[in-house]
Write a new protein. Structure first.
Length: 180
């Protein structure tokens, strides 16, 4: 299962979402010594850079929703004889909860997500920071995410809808639904 909610801290991916598949190299008879193993990752590592955010804002979470029917995350079956993967309960949305992710002075923030290898042709992105919520839809592109690879994806958020959060008198966030 590639989790639909992943937590990242620093410059790495969620270790619980980084799935490995292993099998022993062909062995004849009962081994008396160590058996060599063949290991491969089942996921694609998405190294995502958001551009055009407010400098100094702290990113709380990022929600990525791909086109309908695409299996970004979910439960998958692996044929242990061939390594072939098939989806069982596919989901096209992944939420990445961020810890210690601050937008730099150029308006960029980078994070990782583990997803099922696939080709994305549209993506809805919602970025929640301590200062605002950014929402944008990207269409008309084709990005292949390869298994066991670092796949980079720069996303320009400069034209995103930005709903600022207002701080109440006691320093708490005021819910954006009360704005006109």
């Amino acid at each position: 299962t590639i989790p639909s909610t992943q937590s990242v801290a620093g410059d790495t991916f969620d270790k619980t979402a980084d799935l490995l598949w292993g099998k022993s190299v062909q062995v004849a008879g009962f081994p008396t010594e160590a058996v060599s193993m063949y290991w491969t990752r089942l996921v694609a590592h998405a190294d995502i850079t958001l551009k055009g955010l407010g400098a100094g804002e702290k990113v709380n979470s990022v929600v990525l929703t791909a086109q309908d029917g695409l299996a970004l995350v979910g439960k998958f079956n692996v044929d242990i004889t061939t390594g072939e993967v098939s989806s069982n309960t596919p989901q096209n949305t992944v939420t990445v909860n961020c810890t210690d992710l601050t937008v730099d002075e150029t308006g960029e923030a980078s994070f990782w997500a583990c997803i099922n290898p696939c080709t994305i042709t549209s993506l809805d992105i919602v970025v929640d920071t301590d200062a605002a919520t950014y929402t944008i839809s990207k269409t008309g592109f084709e990005r292949e995410f390869l298994q066991n690879k670092r796949n980079t994806l720069p996303i320009n958020m400069a034209e995103a809808d930005r709903v600022p959060k207002e701080t109440g008198e006691e320093g708490g966030d005021v819910d954006a639904k009360y704005y006109v």
